[in-house]
Design a protein around this ligand. Sequence first.
Ligand SMILES: NC(=O)c1ccc[n+]([C@@H]2O[C@H](COP(=O)([O-])OP(=O)(O)OC[C@H]3O[C@@H](n4cnc5c(N)ncnc54)[C@H](O)[C@@H]3O)[C@@H](O)[C@H]2O)c1
Length: 422
Amino acid sequence: MNRREFLKRGGTLSAVLILNPRTVFGSEANSAVRLGLLGCGNRGSAVAESFARNTSARIVALADLFSDNLAAGQDRFDKVNASLGQPPIDSKLLFRGPHCYEQLANSRDVDLIQISTPPYFHVQHLEAAVAAGKHVYCEKPVGVDIAQAKRALEIAKRVKPNQSVDVGFQCRKAPPIAALAERIKNGALGKIATVCGNYNAPASTEKKRDGEGPDEYRLRNWLWDRVLSGDILVEQNIHIVDLCNWLLGAHPIKASATGGRNVLMHYGDCWDNYQVDFTYPNDVHFSFSSTQFGTDGVFDAGLKLFGSNGSATCPYAGPIMITGSSAWSWQDAKATAAGSGAFAANGAFLDNLEFADRDKERTFIDSIVSGGAHNQIADGVETALSCMLGRMAGYQKHEVSWDQMLAQKEDWQLGFSLEQCA
Ligand SMILES: NC(=O)c1ccc[n+]([C@@H]2O[C@H](COP(=O)([O-])OP(=O)(O)OC[C@H]3O[C@@H](n4cnc5c(N)ncnc54)[C@H](O)[C@@H]3O)[C@@H](O)[C@H]2O)c1
């Protein structure tokens, strides 16, 4: 592998200098990080393929509740592996059914589990993976309700010092956003007065199979289901709330909200719009709105911050910049072309987020091979809880404080057993 190829695949200096394959992985032959994908759907497959193409991780195992999705995953990753000169997935490392997450966790041939199942299952799957001593890449959100969030915080305490756990907030790693954040954290805006943000996205389409029962239909259309997804504020809009928390260095202390279901006519109980007023420390208000509408692909997400020295604009697509006494803009013609963005349901956006997944994955794999393990569970829970706060204020139609939220016994049940999918 030449230097260029090495860097393209995610090699880093620290990996070269510090990695001792025998110590970290047990054998010289297995020095690549062996990744098992749990949930071979749209996002999961895109992220796993990006791991394979951009880092030293190899996709060695797949697990899914449904045989058709597992088969599609096998087909895809056999081709991906072949294109990288790697072997196909061993049939012993293909796991299907409601216990596939335990079988994957118990496999001695897997170092890292990528959890890309619907949000309702994240905490259960995280618990099994952490208990088995695996490194974990867990998609957001870390939990759909208060009970799951608290359970995740307990799991966080059981993560071993040499175990690395990342949560899928890749936007923080997008180069233009990371550069903007550094300037804001260094005081470019002065005292922050207010923040506003939005996430307006196309509605998702139905997944339907002949002969399926109502529970399977729900599972396949989990995006439309509050219990399985957490609703749009917790499942989708969470990226913008996460950026706000990160840039302000705090979580909201209270929220009031409205919203409802105005245009979505399909099955489900998720809202198609939210308007939330989050209050952060120092009386900084974050005014956030979101909508899922139409099918024309029009998409608009981002946030703006206003401070005593100027403002910052941080959209998914379009110019990223700071105005005022520390004026600055991201100088990448492709990334700053307004309108260059299109919605990507799998998160693979071709705009300011183009390199977000790649850089997130490289940093994570580096944390494993260099011994500088991450434990992002508590941060992930904090952002999930911030979204649950807005959701609770909307559902309950009154202001809710952080402490009032934590005192509520929100513990959502699926209402059926996955054993029927065995
Ligand atoms: N970070 C991002 O930008 C981003 C973007 C899109 C989706 N996501 C997240 O990724 C996750 C997956 O989303 P997706 O779009 O790939 O969904 P998907 O429906 O396309 O895929 C989910 C897969 O999980 C499988 N599955 C369902 N329940 C399971 C269970 N109990 N055990 C094992 N497998 C199970 C399904 O069969 C399916 O193959 C979600 O948590 C979503 O919020 C993140």
